[in-house]
Design a protein around this ligand. Sequence first.
Ligand code: WTA
Length: 653
Amino acid sequence: MASQSAASIDNVMHESRVFPPPAEFSAAARVKSLDEYQALWDRAAADPLAFWADLAREELHWFEPFTETLQWNEPFAKWFVGGKTNAAYNCLDKHVAEGRGDRTAILWEGEPGDTRTLTYAELLSEVCKFANVLKSVGVGVGDVVSIYMPMTPELAVAMLACARIGAIHSVIFAGFSAEAIADRNNDAKAKVQLTADGAWRRGKALPLKETVDEALAKSHTVETCIALKRIGEPVAMQDGRDHWWHELMEAASDDCPATPLDSETTLFILYTSGSTGKPKGIRHTTAGYNLYAKKTFQWVFDHRDDDVYWCTADCGWITGHSYLVYGPLAAGAACVMYEGAPNFPAEDRFWDIVEKYKVTTFYTAPTAIRAFIKWGDEHVEKHDLSSLRLLGTVGEGINPAAWLWYHEKIGGGRCPIVDTWWQTETGGIMMSPLPGAIPTKPGSCTKPLPGIMPKIVDPMGDEVGENQGGWLTISHPWPGMLRGIWGDDQRYEEVYWSKTPGMYLAGDNARRDEDGYYWIMGRIDDVLNVSGHRLSTIEIESALVSHPKVAEAAAVGRPDELKGEAVAVFVSLAAGVEATDELRDELKQHVRHEIGALAQPDDIRFTAALPKTRSGKIMRRLLKDIAAGKETVGDTTTLEDYTVLAKLRSDDA
Ligand code: WTA
């Protein structure tokens, strides 16, 4: 409920254990103590523009230097104005030019067990070739390339090839449905579609090309489709539109200098859920994003040259963009990339990979950690995990019990854990321990990174007191921030800036404790966090009401041990339609078809009517309580028809 008073949010977390960084870790770290962190943060806060300008000059390659650090015309930011750079150059050519071309860039492992290693020089050559392929099908600066691919090195190659020539990538997670792809393609006006014949998932081939064919029938701007051969099963190829990746690559030259691009050239759009039905195309640009991803990667993961870094996120999400591709590659890291499921062929696959590649830095999601706990310690104990020195989490809050398990069982009690808070919109990590400097408290993302100035406010915009819940905002622009919502400046202004003028409204509740540590307390809008993925309730509801048998629907989250939140929906049926178990399954399948498997409701309850306010707003808060099996507490005085609530409860019994 967006209107709920933030001050009334209960502070229910009572976790007081503190874990200082191990002395040995701190001694070798980039930032070695709390004092050192504080000095860095203070310096950045005193003069953020000078701070970021210096870093931009040090960390990025400039074909032409920038003349102005920030043009801020709230809420529109332009960073490093007048400069020309290239994100693919910063991730690849820069290392080769500095004599590090032979270093490992990607250590890839396919789900069936096939492997490939690419050095920076080899990755550069692939990227150049594919950039030439894109050019050959008419892609240039500002064209949108839609990517629906498995987690293969070619996915990273595709992203970087776009970056190299100023094309804009829009990566769509390969679990989304044809409908979802078509919506995104149409919104972005995508010109080219990249895909594969299929993807491996738990030993089965997912028919990606088939899904894309269905999507392209409705994506009227897409002229060309390029398919990677991954599975080797026959697929339909449409004459004139479809090409095989390997055939085009065979003919392509690997000579393709990086295009010098204005700092503010759009690098990518990535669709994410908001509190209204239509997914938002979050827009990030070249220089600011690239700098922010690189610098935050170095700080938070305390990157060292001998590290082997593994981020388990898929490139279909922002974590895959910032911390599998742009951040670590700009920092010259050796990155493990894994194609498949964590429990194939068995529940120890991740630990097998950690042992095999001697992973030092491991970054995953709390939902995965909860699954490992459920699967049992024996899968972990089979493997030597002594190479690990640092662990990270992202995507949702981690409950202290899971944190402690992660610390003990995976980290052997010796590895700091970086609980990183950030969003698709922020481009990179905003709050996180710096592992050598900041003592951790299980469940807290601890402190803001240098240059980041969070403020927790009430709905009037006034800062709340210590340990009081409120809206989390950021009070100064930062280089990695989103530049807008693709094609919808008004929505950008409305969603992020209108309620708290002068501050970026993150959409999360938080509190700050007596030590200045931040604790994230969940969303303030109607967004669910299912397995670390954002889903809007309204998206799910629109999918349900598009079914002819449904009159009205409301979706809410209910706490789920494994997924964080499960999707619970309340459906009232069209006149004369009977509520049956078959219909329940049919509706689940329908949502799956409209959005994708990740949005499939866990519970469906049929109800004659939904509880509403007198002005007709569905009272989601009440439904949430019912879904969670809680007594309804709080204010029901605005409820239009009390009998509805009584009926929902008795249906429940
Ligand atoms: C949630 C993922 C608590 C939060 C990078 C945020 C978290 C949303 C954390 C963004 C964390 C992410 N602790 N909550 N460490 N990290 N969130 O855009 O609600 O997929 O607003 O970006 O996830 O999700 P998104």
